[in-house]
Design a protein around this ligand. Structure first.
Ligand SMILES: *Cc1c(COP(=O)(O)O)cnc(C)c1O
Length: 231
């Protein structure tokens, strides 16, 4: 299957999942995960109408993003952010950082942004699966964490992100996404200054349809477009 065909099929599946859950497919952002793929491959996807691309490692992103000649609308950062990579990441102008889960990193990011006199949209990563191997704030402490981060004036919290459990049991996956959705609604009601619950980033190749049914409005897709990754 070609990248063009994969994107067509994916858009059909996104539309069907949205319709099943009574949602407007146009409110779901398809964020393409380009990690491990070369610039040429990314350009092919962009020629097929892809607008939003993302990487999970700063070093890899800086070796590719500035060299993409095809137009893209937004670059997002979705990986774990180490504080010593903040400056390099900011040079790439990420529209959204999905993965803030440490107050010290948030503070360092805020300091750097204040020097640049810039603001940055971010999501808070939540560990909804309870797996120790996963990054993210525990659901129980997420609201406290958001209160802390909301005091940093150069960061704009725009929503939540999670990675579903990698497991065949759909009910378990659905539970992860439902946890995030419920947290999202709860935080909305708190009306915390400087916090907007706009984006719910959840769902990957194996579970994006469940994520859409549970309210995702950003899905992060790699393999369904490019095939299996070779690391
Ligand atoms: C790699 C990655 C994805 C995409 O995974 P696929 O299963 O290939 O769609 C999504 N989100 C994050 C955070 C990733 O690291």
């Amino acid at each position: 299957m070609s990248i063009a065909e994969n994107i067509k099929n994916l858009n059909r599946q996104i539309e069907a999942a949205a319709q099943r859950s009574g949602r407007d497919p146009s409110e779901i952002k398809l964020l393409v995960v380009t990690k491990t793929h070369p610039v040429k491959t990314i350009e092919t996807a962009l020629r097929c109408g892809i607008k939003y691309i993302s990487e999970n490692r700063v070093q890899e992103a800086e070796s590719k993003i500035p060299f993409i000649k095809e137009h893209f609308e937004e670059f997002h950062f979705i990986g774990h952010l180490q504080s010593n990579k903040i400056k390099k990441l900011m040079k790439l102008n990420p529209a959204l950082i999905h993965s803030i889960d440490k107050i010290s990193t948030a503070q360092k990011l805020n300091d750097h942004l204040s020097q640049l006199q810039k603001k940055q949209d971010i999501l808070i990563q939540v560990n909804t699966s309870g797996e120790e191997s996963k990054f993210g704030i525990e659901p129980n402490t997420t609201i406290d964490f958001i209160h802390q981060v909301s005091k940093l004036p150069n960061l704009n919290i725009k929503g939540l992100m999670t990675i579903g459990m990698f497991i065949a049991d759909e009910d378990v996956i659905r539970k992860c996404f439902r946890t995030l959705r419920e947290l999202f609604e709860k935080i909305k009601l708190e009306r915390i200054p400087n916090v907007e619950m706009k984006y719910l980033s959840m769902g990957m190749t194996n579970d994006f349809e469940i994520a859409i049914e549970e309210g995702a409005n950003i899905i992060r897709i790699g393999s369904a477009i490019f095939g299996q990754r070779n690391y």
